[in-house]
Write a protein that binds this ligand. Structure first.
Ligand code: CA
Length: 224
């Protein structure tokens, strides 16, 4: 899952950035409203974590522009404790949720999962495909009840494919979802992760559509 974090407070930004990366998100962090707008124009992000008080362009302005353009990205705003007014304005111009500073990283994580789930059109917290169950909260995959040991990237890749069962996901889209800018992306990195996932889940589970991308088909469940 690709996250854009917009926060000008260096200490708070660093804490959230590091924490989310450890949780397996591909995070990009910018510190002003202008950079955030540029980033959102050139890349696809799955979720935006937006501070409201920002240099160059404040968060509310940015959010207004985004929604005016019809950008549906889930947005969680970060506000100060005494700013009830900002929270209400934020929600009214299109934020989906908010956190009051200082906040707990665990709670931020849980709220992000809820927003990502809703934006994927899903009410149930777990992704179930035949005997395979992926639990984003526990960061765990089970097949037939047994835990499957996956790296963070393999987990993110599987989650993206399971959220799009029946749809071919292009390599570009998968790379965008898995890697932030700073990541030194080897051209075959994605193929390597797919290779290991197949080793762990069965070779026929993820199908390659040559020249296009990858798909998990609705009727293709793991038989063991
Ligand atoms: Ca700020």
């Amino acid at each position: 899952m690709r996250v854009l974090l917009v926060e000008d407070d260096a200490l708070l930004g660093e804490g959230v950035y590091t924490g989310l990366k450890q949780d397996g998100y591909a995070v990009d962090w910018v510190q002003d409203g202008q950079m955030a707008e540029i980033a959102l124009n050139v890349e696809h992000f799955d979720i935006l974590i937006l501070d409201l008080g920002l240099p160059k362009q404040d968060g509310l302005q940015l959010l207004q522009k985004l929604r005016a353009k019809g950008n549906p990205i889930p947005v969680l705003i970060l506000t100060a404790r005494d700013s009830l007014d900002d929270r209400i304005k934020g929600l009214d111009v299109g934020a989906d949720d908010y956190m009051v500073k200082p906040f707990d990283l665990e709670e931020l994580n849980a709220r992000m999962r809820a927003l990502l789930r809703r934006s994927a059109g899903r009410a149930a917290p777990k992704l179930v495909h035949g005997k395979l169950v992926l639990d984003p909260a526990a960061h765990e995959v089970r097949c037939n009840g047994a835990v499957v040991d996956l790296s963070p990237k393999e987990f993110a890749l599987l989650q993206t494919l399971l959220e799009n069962v029946g749809r071919v996901i292009s390599k570009t889209k998968l790379q965008e979802a898995l890697y932030s800018w700073e990541h030194d992306l080897a051209s075959n990195a994605l193929e390597v992760h797919v290779h290991y996932l197949r080793k762990k889940l069965g070779s026929g589970f993820i199908r390659t559509i040559r020249g296009v991308g990858y798909i998990i088909e609705p009727d293709n469940v793991i038989h063991t």
